[in-house]
Design a protein around this ligand. Structure first.
Ligand code: PMP
Length: 481
């Protein structure tokens, strides 16, 4: 009895001490925030960027030493630092900084849909969906499989025969031999990105993304309370990352690098050499690489897969949406190290059990068809050339895409805001185009999609040209890298 009371007393004392320490932490946080705001003001006065990865890196190293001295877990210390850095940045930012882009491509898409529902015809150059549709045999297989009752719960990783077929496909295509246990059939590339990120990222981890980028990569990291760090690429560098920029953006909290080749929105393609150099940097630091290769069949030069590097911490993502026009089927696959695929599979099992079997059977059928991806790739290349021809007569700079289904021109008219252009063009001329701000800090750029027919593309581009020409600036010509 006496002992119990002594323990209770001790617990009360300890709790009070913890409460006081917590109070101190919060008071220190308030002080830290105040200093961060002062730093923000100074940086604005000096006209320097708010995000300073070098300063963060120095502090990470310094704190790692303190953590070591006190026997703290190094990884959770680094993750805690990520939260502090994010809070610093939030404090440093002004309200305008925090608002982000005012108009995104989803706003344009929504507005276009509104116009259409009121009976207006809109030319869609903003969508990331090819207009091709799936091959007839694939449709047929899908219906027959559904009618035959292939519609039960299945293995999270996917049908064994489909995974076997995917293994053969990878072998034929890239000469790599993988095991079916290293394949996860996912409900589309989009879910594949999320499943991979969920398998890899813990709150406070950092994920590197090469900007301009498909918005989902950053959104998925944020959904998982991880921190996306953008490595900015430029038109002048042919939209390719410099290896030293990748190296410099790594921190002790970096867990994952996302690559996308052929790229949405720029059309850049990472060649063998660059891929190997980037992978080498990641290998040295044991960082995972997620390589989104969903546009591999819309590649107008050699496509080099991350799987060919042999790096064990690489994950490759592929989808049936682009190569076989199966966007609405929602099916793709993720390939990588068994332990990671197992983790991604358990995320999938929790959220959706498995990809419906009749869809997987349709995907199996698609893999028998080597011709359709080639035809679709050729059509995309022609449409991209068509878009480039139009752009050559406008005051824009751009890189001729090496792959993908988009062109990402910079409008060479001083002070022009492409989000404004996108909105005006939609309201006035009924053409929907994605503003560059949807893909990172690229407010002078537009993304033009080749997902629609050549006739629509020509008419959409004619209207864009009339709009841009109305600014009456001389053409600056094309930069072909
Ligand atoms: N990756 C990239 C780069 C994309 O642009 C898209 C589609 N816009 C996808 C993946 C995903 O496509 P899906 O989910 O249809 O497979």
């Amino acid at each position: 009895m006496i002992n119990v009371r002594a323990d209770e007393q001790e617990l009360r004392i300890l709790r009070e001490e913890v409460a006081q320490i917590t109070e101190k932490i919060i008071e220190l946080l308030a002080l830290r925030n105040e200093r961060s705001r002062a730093i923000g003001q100074l940086k604005r006065r000096m006209n320097v960027a708010l995000l300073d990865l070098n300063a963060e890196k120095d502090l990470r190293e310094r704190i790692a030493r303190v953590a070591q001295r006190h026997g703290l877990d190094p990884e959770s210390t680094q993750r805690t630092l990520t939260f502090l850095f994010q809070e610093s940045l939030r404090q440093q930012s002004s309200i305008e900084d925090r608002e982000g882009p005012r108009i995104t491509h989803m706003d344009i898409f929504r507005k276009a849909k509104q116009l259409e529902s009121s009976g207006q015809k809109v030319i869609h150059l903003e969508v990331g969906e090819p207009d091709f549709g799936a091959p007839l045999e694939v449709h047929r297989t899908l219906s027959e499989a559904a009618i035959s009752g292939y519609a039960k719960y299945g293995e999270a990783k996917g049908l064994p025969e489909l995974r076997e077929r995917i293994i053969e496909y990878l072998d034929e295509r890239f000469g790599v031999r993988r095991s079916p246990q290293e394949v996860l059939v996912v409900p589309g590339g989009r879910f594949g990105v999320y499943a991979a990120a969920a398998a890899l990222l813990s709150p406070g981890d950092e994920q590197l993304v090469i900007d301009p980028s498909w918005p989902l990569y950053k959104q998925a990291a944020q959904l998982l309370h991880a921190r996306p760090i953008a490595i900015k690429t430029t038109l002048e560098d042919s939209w390719l990352p410099r290896v030293e920029d990748v190296e410099n953006s790594l921190s002790s909290a970096t867990r994952l690098l996302v690559l996308n080749s052929p790229n949405n929105p720029t059309g850049a393609v990472i060649d063998r050499r660059l891929m190997e150099e980037i992978v080498e940097v990641c290998r040295k630091r044991s960082i995972y690489v997620l390589s989104d290769e969903v546009y591999m069949d819309y590649c107008f030069t050699e496509h080099y897969s991350v799987l060919e590097t042999g790096y064990e911490k690489s994950l490759m993502l592929m989808s049936f949406s682009k190569s076989w026009g199966m966007t609405g089927y929602r099916v793709g696959f993720l390939v990588g190290e068994r332990a990671m695929i197992d983790r991604a599979a358990s995320v999938q099992a929790m959220l959706m059990t498995c990809v419906p079997e009749f869809i997987q059977r349709a995907a199996f059928k698609a893999l028998e068809d080597n011709e359709t991806p080639k035809v679709y790739g050729r059509v995309m290349k022609e449409r991209i050339s068509e878009i480039c021809k139009w752009l050559d007569s406008m005051p824009v700079s751009y890189m001729r895409p090496r792959g993908g289904m988009y062109v990402f021109p910079k409008i060479d008219v001083k002070g022009i805001d492409t989000a404004e252009i996108a909105l005006k063009l939609l309201e006035k001329d009924r053409v929907a185009i994605a503003p560059g701000t949807a893909f990172g800090d690229y407010k002078d750029h537009l993304r033009i999609s080749a997902g629609t027919s050549s006739e629509e593309i020509a008419e959409g581009l004619r209207r864009l040209k009339t709009y841009v020409d109305s600014y009456r600036r001389p053409p600056l010509g094309v930069k072909d890298f």
